[in-house]
Design a binder for this molecule. Structure first.
Ligand SMILES: Nc1ncnc2c1ncn2[C@@H]1O[C@H](COP(=O)(O)OP(=O)(O)OP(=O)(O)O)[C@@H](O)[C@H]1O
Length: 688
């Protein structure tokens, strides 16, 4: 890396070119730095003469000089411990040789025995050894090459200085001072590929961050090893049962910090509600990333999701459908959802204003002071939005995105390529946040990421579809230093998605009367008759919610919210006939055993006595009670057949009970054993 050129070096350069005076002066000047070892040698020789004159024959001095010689050598060795081993040894040998010779010369005389020869051979040899070290330490290529071996010059950043270096285990950051008025951060961005090439790392390993206070300073970050290359399974909900105003964690950055996004705005943080463009070419992992975000959202207590996927229908959203309030899986219902949103947004904004909220905050979802039910946040998620936009007037989304912010609504549009043909510049601009996965070309990347993010080193076009789940998140609340930092989306297994759907079903918010009323008036049966999907583990068929009077009369708004709207499944399910214990196989050919006695245990219930009608929530609670009773009885292992003995308490058939047992397994309350159909009870604390 370059260093500052000192006045001394400048003068040396000046003199090298022979412009500083005559030859004698030049030679003296060049020799000066090498004279000290010679002067020290000469000084030692000269000092030995008076020392011998005064001290010869004095036994005390002899002992003192010998001790001083040893002490000086020891001190040199000790003092040299912070330097290189080579320099430490060289210094100690020099001091030992000089002090020993001086002691001998002071006692016996410098000319005694071999002392004279030793001096005239040893002193120049030692002085020369120091001169050689000094010459080798000097930069033979001259100051222009710099301490970085000319690296920055090679990559087009000549005269740049490194002000600060920070080196971590897999990350090196350099604060660069560019030559003022000559280079700008743009020149660094233009040269990122050269820098990456020179360092032999991929382009995505290099990023720059401009200094907000100076256009002549940038921070260059190099992350040589790709720590994101392994799939990162979703570690579980980040804030289970909390408000949607908590951050939604969707992946990790390369330094292991979580990648988070915020859906509602926060006036204290000057953060707007998120309107998100989720983009990436086919196979880049955007749908899986979307599922990760949706799964997080669906673990929160005060948010509902409306989602549309007219292209892939149930394929993408499949496992999450039971937790989604309105899933529009064809174009007519998607259009109805958009129409409903245009009515819902002003209705919600008016409600917020009525209760004195400037924008949606967690308190909006609580019961209000006058007893009015709260209003959960609404996330409207449009998969394959390009197809939808082709079918509708694109400007609808522009208006929706602009108005949704103040209505406690976030819009998410997912598409492969937000080009001008697919989505208008206005809509793109109104979305504000983007989550960009691999794309085909740099031009495509520009549809989702601003030039400044690309200039800072973001390069999703390098990934294409070869690195699924790699992404850049440029969203409200994400510090701009992270915008060009690659992240890896968590990958959620279907089991995990099922677990989320089941585990949080009880705390998940239901739609509020204002939103439901406005949607019903606007979309009518498309909303009121929307399909509800059965919980995983049950065999119930998707069910269409009944037309329940949502409709034209505004005064009936509070009636739009029937309490048990979600418990409309027929209480006995469609499978009651199938009400026998697992493992009971009846061989029709086998002869029946003879009856030897009849035991009457209890009066039989009348054959046509209906099962008690209780809601699904009550039935689930009863199942949980039964499980707890088993636990209290000290049973370790149970199976669906055990639960069936108590089916009157749930009023449900065998397949419903089996479904619930499957849900206990998904929730970790029961664990599979090696015996099919038998499950070990996991105590509550261990299951949590
Ligand atoms: N975060 C991830 N980590 C590891 N692998 C992933 C990740 N996300 C996706 N994948 C893999 O990439 C494949 C494609 O992902 P996905 O279906 O989400 O792509 P897509 O961008 O939605 O494509 P399309 O537009 O065709 O639906 C997945 O089947 C999965 O195997």
């Amino acid at each position: 890396m370059p260093r500052t050129i000192s006045p001394e070096e400048t003068r040396q350069q000046y003199d090298v070119h022979g412009e500083g005076g005559g030859i004698g002066e030049y030679l003296l000047h060049r020799a000066k730095p090498h004279l000290p070892p010679w002067l020290a040698g000469a000084g030692t020789g000269l000092a030995s003469l008076p020392a011998h004159y005064f001290w010869s024959g004095e036994p005390g001095v002899t002992a003192g000089l010998t001790l001083a010689s040893v002490a000086l050598t020891g001190l040199t060795w000790w003092a040299g411990k912070s330097t290189t081993q080579q320099r430490r040894l060289h210094s100690a040998v020099t001091v030992a040789a000089a002090s020993t010779w001086f002691t001998a010369a002071a006692i016996a005389g410098p000319g005694a025995g071999p002392l004279g020869e030793l001096y005239f051979i040893g002193a120049p040899a030692l002085a020369l050894s120091w001169n050689i070290r000094q010459i080798l330490r000097k930069n033979v290529e001259g100051p222009a090459a710099g301490a970085d071996g000319g690296f920055l010059e090679k990559v087009g950043l000549a005269k740049t200085q490194v002000l600060r270096t920070e080196v971590g285990p897999n990350k090196a950051s350099f604060d660069l001072q560019l030559p003022r008025g000559e280079l700008t951060p743009d020149d660094v961005s233009k040269n990122l590929t050269r820098i990456a090439g020179a360092l032999d790392v991929p382009k995505t390993a290099i990023r720059i961050q401009e200094n907000p206070d100076s256009a002549s300073r940038v921070m260059l970050t190099v992350v040589p090893l790709d720590l994101l290359k392994n799939t990162v399974p979703c570690p579980g909900p980040s804030a289970p049962g909390e408000s949607i105003s908590f951050p939604v964690v969707v992946g990790i950055y390369e330094d292991g910090t979580p990648a988070v996004m915020w859906f509602p705005g926060d006036p204290d943080e000057a953060r707007n509600a998120m309107m998100l463009l989720l983009m990436g070419m086919t196979g880049s992992g955007k749908s899986e990333g979307g599922l990760t975000a949706l799964a997080e959202i669906l673990t929160r207590r005060d948010v509902i999701v409306w989602a549309s996927d007219p292209a892939k229908k149930e394929q993408t959203l499949g496992p999450l459908l039971p937790a989604i309030d309105w899933a529009a899986l064809d174009m007519p219902s998607t259009k109805a959802m958009i129409k409903a949103l245009t009515a819902v947004i002003p209705a919600r904004t008016a409600w917020l204003a009525k209760y004195g909220y400037k924008q949606w905050v967690a308190a909006c979802a609580e019961t209000q002071s006058d007893g009015a039910p709260g209003m959960p946040y609404l996330v409207a998620w449009f998969e394959e939005a390009a197809k939808t936009i082709r079918e509708i007037d694109d400007d609808v989304f522009t208006g929706l995105a602009q108005e949704a912010r103040s209505a406690g609504v976030s819009l998410v549009l997912s598409m492969q390529r937000a080009s001008g043909n697919q989505v208008s510049t206005d809509t793109r601009a109104s979305l504000g946040s983007s989550w960009c996965h691999g794309v085909r070309t740099e031009q495509d990347a520009r549809f989702a990421l601003d030039d400044e993010v690309l200039d800072a080193g973001a390069a999703p076009h390098v990934w294409k579809d070869k690195k699924p789940g790699y992404s850049y998140l440029v969203a409200n609340g994400v510090p701009d230093g992270q915008w060009a930092t690659p992240m890896r989306d968590y990958l959620c297994s279907v089991d995990y998605l099922n677990w989320v759907v089941v585990t949080f079903s009880d705390i998940r918010a239901a739609i509020d009367p204002v939103t439901a009323g406005a949607a019903a008036r606007s979309a009518d049966r498309a909303f009121t008759g929307r399909t509800r999907y059965p919980m995983p583990g049950t065999t119930d068929q998707p069910e269409t919610t009944m037309s329940n009077g949502y409709g034209q009369d505004e005064d009936e708004e509070h009636d739009y919210y029937p309490e048990d709207e979600y418990d409309r499944r027929p209480p006995n399910g469609a499978d009651e006939e199938d009400d026998y214990a697992e493992g009971e196989f009846i061989d029709a050919e086998q002869e029946l055993p003879e009856v030897d006695q009849v035991v009457q245990l209890a009066a039989r219930p009348p054959a046509d006595e209906p099962r008690p009608k209780i809601s699904t929530a009550e039935a689930r609670a009863a199942m949980e009670e039964v499980l707890e009773e088993f636990e209290d009885e000290g049973r370790d292992v149970v199976g669906p057949a055990d639960f069936m003995e108590y089916c009157d308490r749930y009023g449900r058939g065998r397949s419903w009970v089996s479904g619930q047992v499957a849900q206990f397994v998904l929730a970790g309350r029961l664990a599979e054993t090696c015996e099919v159909g038998r499950y070990r009870i996991v105590p509550y604390q261990a299951a949590a």
